[in-house]
Write a protein that binds this ligand. Structure first.
Ligand SMILES: Cc1cc2nc3c(=O)[nH]c(=O)nc-3n(C[C@H](O)[C@H](O)[C@H](O)COP(=O)(O)O)c2cc1C
Length: 312
């Protein structure tokens, strides 16, 4: 038992990060059934779709699971009401101010965790009354912090500032990385990219194949003027770079991004024009596996690494 397994009543302190177009009820329930904590990613779901996924998740697992709500998307109020109506017990908020929804959710008896990318915001989340913080380093897939702190530097800095449980994210796909972040002060880990390349992820098969074929340097953070995001360097990414060479305005960037790029890329499998989000750790992901194999493998490697640590 540790602070995170206790907080969520789970076996292993491994959380599957909410991921637009990847983390529906199939992924979330598989992670929870494997002993971790699965999160349904509400960011890519219309409110009715989210309700359906929550109901299906309840049928697919009798273990705890939660919902991730990125607060930058529309319909947040409707989504929060559905979460309460459906009796969801755990919510991870991200991409917004932790003060906005924490008190509302806590009043309903919901455990609240907020995702940050700096120690300053970790402290703000603690002050807002959250139960735990996810600190996500710059190597992570998805949207990133402007500070560019890597996981290796971020975790000990956040640990210095906050007293509540701390979950490390960004670049963690193995038991060794899990051990490393826990040595640095984390109580548990949130894993994204590794679970995106699982059988149970709802992403398109061609996106999953692209992840396992990516090499070191295959991703880069861009669109900092809108919301920094780490993307695979495909044609869409190259188009962004070309636009940057012409000193674009924010509106120019918005027009290029357009609508539904992420759905087109990750869900529909348009590898050329779509937005493909994944972390730097994709360079270490060589196969598409079941969630059970991923979780069991991480736990076994964690235990082995702990035993084989040498002193000098
Ligand atoms: C495809 C993809 C989509 C993501 N979407 C979200 C999201 O909707 N909400 C969120 O809070 N984080 C999102 N993230 C971040 C993950 O929840 C997680 O924190 C991150 O992937 C951890 O870093 P890693 O990719 O190195 O494991 C996303 C990440 C990826 C790879």
């Amino acid at each position: 038992m540790n602070k995170i397994t206790q907080l969520f009543n789970i076996k292993y302190p491994i959380i599957q990060g909410g991921m637009i177009w990847n983390s529906g009820y199939k992924l979330a329930s598989a992670v929870s059934n494997a002993g971790g904590l699965g999160l349904i990613g509400a960011g890519s779901m219309y409110p009715d779709v989210l309700r359906e996924h929550i109901q299906k998740c309840k049928k697919a697992t009798d273990k705890p699971f939660g919902v991730n709500v990125p607060m930058l998307y529309p319909n947040v109020e409707e989504i929060m009401n559905i979460i309460v109506e459906e009796g969801v017990k755990i919510v991870f908020t991200s991409a917004g101010n932790p003060k906005t929804w924490t008190a509302f959710l806590k009043e309903k008896g919901i455990t609240v965790v907020h995702v940050v990318s700096s120690s300053k915001f970790a402290l703000k989340a603690q002050e807002a009354g959250v139960d735990a913080v996810v600190a996500e380093g710059f190597e992570a897939g998805g949207h990133n912090g402007r500070e560019e702190s890597t996981t290796l530097t971020l975790i000990p800095m956040v640990r210095e500032k906050i007293q509540i449980p701390l979950i490390a994210a960004g670049g963690i796909a193995t038991g060794k990385a899990m051990l490393a972040t826990m040595v640095l002060g984390a109580d548990g880990v949130q894993v994204g990219s590794r679970f995106a390349a699982s059988f149970e992820s709802s992403a398109h098969d061609d996106f999953k194949k692209t992840i396992v074929n990516l090499e070191e340097g295959g991703t880069q953070v861009t669109l900092k003027e809108l919301a920094p995001v780490r993307l695979i360097k495909n044609k869409f990414y190259q188009d962004i770079q070309e636009l940057y060479s012409k000193s674009p305005t924010v509106d120019d960037l918005k027009i290029l991004l357009g609508r539904a790029r992420a759905k087109r890329g990750m869900f529909e499998g348009d590898l050329i024009e779509g937005e493909l989000e994944i972390g730097q750790v994709s360079g270490l992901i060589h196969d598409i596996k079941s969630v059970a194999a991923i979780v069991d493998g991480m736990v076994a490697e964690f235990e082995d690494a702990k035993k084989s640590m040498v002193s000098f």
